[in-house]
Design a protein around this ligand. Structure first.
Ligand code: PGA
Length: 250
């Protein structure tokens, strides 16, 4: 069964105090929701406080990054063993900001996929085309490369634990959203690529839409048959706007 997932990506925002305040409000407002998987991804510094705040609730915690080694001389990095031992359940990888600013390649992202799965967590793999790529009509080809290289050597069994987030780069933080029809069209193409890679398992994989999803556009986006949830940046920073999007996914 495909899961309905609403995940909030806080990016480089919120002190520990602010994280605890937001999550305390959120856990009250989403208390009765049992048919949406609710995920929040705070910065590394707030993970521990976030996990303590949501313990025993229906909110799961994700990291925003990981280094694909269990331990060692990698100054400044955080390992999947550290994350899973704290109770982190998901890790966002392949976000366009990391691809662009930190030059992360599909091969490096592929190493992270294995590191995350080997430590009992689920990757949220972000893929998406730039505006130039969309205008050049190479969107599907770009997404296919990101999927085939990012998920190289992944088995169907492993794929069943992976969440894919389609985030058109031109829609992230810009207020521009793909129209529901455009997003559905691309999600369908993504599912076809996943089917050619993993067979029937692709029917059970959740494909999230991300890029300026807000309470006003979420209902229409989330009602599309191949859009199984959202990865929310800006609108995940406040409990009330994020809750409205979670309610739209019900
Ligand atoms: P946005 O960010 O909702 O602020 O556009 C989405 C994301 O980058 O995941």
């Amino acid at each position: 069964m495909r899961k309905n997932i609403i995940a909030g990506n806080w990016k480089m925002n919120k002190t520990n105090k602010e994280a605890v305040e937001m999550l305390s409000a959120l856990k009250d407002s989403v208390r009765d929701i049992d048919d949406v998987v609710i995920i929040i991804a705070p910065a590394f510094t707030a993970l521990s406080d976030a996990i303590n705040t949501v313990k025993g609730t229906n909110i799961s915690i994700s990291a925003q990054n990981v280094y694909p080694k269990d331990s060692g001389a990698y100054t400044g990095e955080v390992s999947p063993v550290m994350l899973s031992s704290m109770g982190v359940e998901y890790v966002i990888i392949g976000h366009s900001e990391r691809r662009e600013y930190f030059k992360e390649s599909n091969a490096f992202i592929n190493e992270k996929v294995f590191a995350i799965l080997n430590n009992g967590m689920s990757p949220i793999l972000c893929i998406g085309e730039t505006l130039n790529e969309r205008e050049d009509n190479v969107t599907n080809a770009v997404l296919e490369i990101q999927l085939r290289e990012g998920l190289k050597n992944v088995t169907p069994e492993m794929a069943s634990k992976i969440v894919v987030a389609y985030e058109p780069v031109w829609a992230i933080g810009t207020g521009k959203t793909a129209t529901p029809e455009m997003a559905e069209h691309t999600h369908k193409a993504i599912r076809e690529i996943l089917t050619s890679m993993f067979g029937d398992v692709a029917q059970d994989m959740s494909i999230l839409y991300g890029g300026s999803m807000k309470p006003n556009n979420a209902p229409e986006l989330l009602s599309q048959p191949d859009i199984d949830g959202g990865l929310i940046g800006g609108a995940s920073l406040q409990a009330d706007t994020f809750t409205q999007i979670v309610l739209a996914a019900k």
